[in-house]
Design a protein. Structure first.
Length: 80
């Protein structure tokens, strides 16, 4: 591949580099969305608790805590 039209010292972003950047953008945005969804589920659990639907509230809390655990494993394996 010839880049004769480019000046000396200029960098070229290859297709692989573009896909690597898109991969990391997708991973970070997915992590943020998962955390926000779990915060919402946790908040719904508190609403259930206030409305005296204790079993649903506890179920939401346990599900949310389990999901936070899974997200932390995913983040540790991906970023650390």
């Amino acid at each position: 591949m010839s880049y004769a039209f480019m000046k000396m010292g200029a960098t070229v972003m290859t297709t692989a580099a573009v896909f690597e950047v898109l991969y990391w953008v997708a991973i970070v945005s997915m992590s943020v969305v998962l955390v926000l969804v779990n915060v919402g589920i946790l908040a719904i659990g508190f609403q259930f608790w206030k409305k005296h639907k204790r079993v649903l509230g506890i179920g939401c809390w346990l599900f949310s805590l389990f999901c936070f655990y899974l997200i932390s494993i995913m983040i540790n394996k991906t970023f650390m």
